[in-house]
Each structure stands twice: as C-alpha cells, then as structure tokens.
Design a protein around this ligand. Structure first.
Ligand code: PEP
Length: 256
C-alpha cells in the first residue's frame, strides 16, 4: 500500500512564500511510486499553486471545504469550487472542530461533498486530553469515524484516508504529551476494527490510516513503523523544508 506524507501548512505563508517554498520542495524530492507527498497550503494559494505543481512529485490538499456546492454562504469555499484544483481535502481537523465549530453533521456532509467532487477526503479524528482522561477515547473515535463516514458507500471508502490525531499530542514540544507508538497502534487498530464491523474486513485492511501529532524528523521513523499506520499528517515540521524533506526521506527508507 502507498504511504502518505501530508503537510498541513495551516494559516502560514503568503501566496508568494507558498510558491517559493513549493518550488524549493519540488527541487529536493523525487517522484516516488509508493509515497504520495501532499501539501495543504492556505486557500488563497491553492489555485496559483495548482498551476505550478509537478503532480508526479506532489499533490495539493485543501484544509477544509464547505459541503454545499454553491449559494449564499459568505466567506465559504465549497468542494465543488475546489474540484480540479486539489486532489485531497482535510476534513474535520481538530482546529476546525474546536475553533470554528464544525459539527459532526457538517463534517459528514463535507466528506460526502469532497467525494462527489472527485476530491479524496482526509478525515481527521482524535480525542481531546479531557476525553482521554475520562477514558472516552474509543467512544470518541467510534463516533467521529462512523459519523464522518455515514454518507460514504463501501465503494467510495477506498478513496477516503483517515488521520488519527490525538488532540493532546498536536503541536507539542513536551515529551510528556507525545503519543507513544503503543497508544497509536491501539487507536489505529480500533479504527480499523470499527471500519471492519461497518464495511467488512477487506476494506478495513486496505483503507489508509495516517498518524498526526508533533511529527518531526526524529520521531517520524518510529511512527511510520507502527503496524497499521500508512503515513503521517505533519503540521509544524511541514513548514520547514529541511524537516519535511527529512520526513519524506525517512518514509522512503521505511518503505524500502
Ligand atoms: C496538525 O495540526 O494536523 C498537526 C499534526 O500539527 P503538528 O504536527 O504541529 O502537531
């Protein structure tokens, strides 16, 4: 199965800076048959970058999308408008859920809208620190995975990527809040089990499940070798070319 290294740039870089960074990145990586490198720049940069990008090396993702196609939704951008510009779209990132109040209903509809518009959703799921403390991790994962996928047919499921991102492990530099490989292995196994129960064993084995949360060049190898993990969703380290390239090279080594 392919591995995915996805860089979420969040609200960083101007359009010009995004273009320069992408150019630099592209010059430093190769076209890998077994690794899909994806970057998620901010919305304003997507269209110009879609004209610049070498799709053999890199693919573009949006960071969110409105599930409605068109209409009176001031400030929003829909999956229908992103069609042809991006190949992927991050849906349900914890920052979208927490800071912008994206509901389960919105996320479910956004997953369906991306698929309807030939865009592969990267559905983010993960428990908060409080939910973890109260022993609710598996309940949260079940609700977010089954909720996010509830409008997805078994045939469409192979186009979906799930990213397990424990919210407490995102953007942390404290060793104490890094997710351990055992924690991640257990969560990923559980995600595959609920997909198996809902859609069957075959698809649960073939769906890509990524890990995200403070990934850097030093820990990428350990995270990439966790059974059931097919790649990484990288925030902070994806903004530094040297680090992101290192992570991609680590993925290449793990693959070979
Ligand atoms: C993220 O926000 O998706 C993320 C994984 O960020 P970081 O790598 O900075 O923890």
């Amino acid at each position: 199965m392919k591995s995915y290294i996805v860089g979420n740039w969040k609200m960083n870089f101007t359009v010009g800076e995004s273009s320069v960074y992408l150019h630099k990145l592209s010059a430093r990586i190769h076209a890998y048959r077994d690794i899909e490198v994806v970057v998620a720049p901010s919305l304003v940069a997507l269209q110009p970058l879609s004209l610049q990008i070498d799709r053999k090396k890199l693919r573009l993702a949006a960071q969110t999308a409105n599930p409605r196609d068109f209409g009176a939704y001031t400030g929003e951008v829909s999956a229908a408008q992103l069609r042809g510009i991006v190949d992927y779209c991050i849906i349900g990132h914890s920052e979208r859920r927490q800071l912008f109040h994206e509901s389960d209903k919105f996320i479910r509809a956004a997953v369906a809208a991306t698929l309807r518009n030939q865009i592969k959703p990267i559905l983010c799921v993960g428990e908060t620190e409080t939910e973890r403390t109260f022993g609710e991790t598996f309940d949260v994962l079940r609700d977010q995975v089954l909720g996010g996928l509830s409008e997805v047919s078994a045939e469409e499921l192979e186009k979906v990527i799930i990213a397990y991102e424990p919210v407490w492990a995102i953007s942390t530099t404290s060793g104490a809040s890094m997710a351990s490989p055992d924690d991640i292995a257990e969560a990923v196994k559980f995600i595959r089990r609920i997909i198996a129960d809902a859609y069957g064993k075959e698809i649960s084995k073939s769906i890509a499940v990524l890990y995200g949360g403070s990934v850097n060049p030093d820990n990428a190898g350990a995270y990439l070798t966790i059974p059931g993990v097919n790649g990484l969703l990288v925030g902070g380290a994806s903004l530094i070319a040297d680090q992101f390239v290192d992570i991609i090279e680590t993925a290449k080594k793990v693959k070979s």
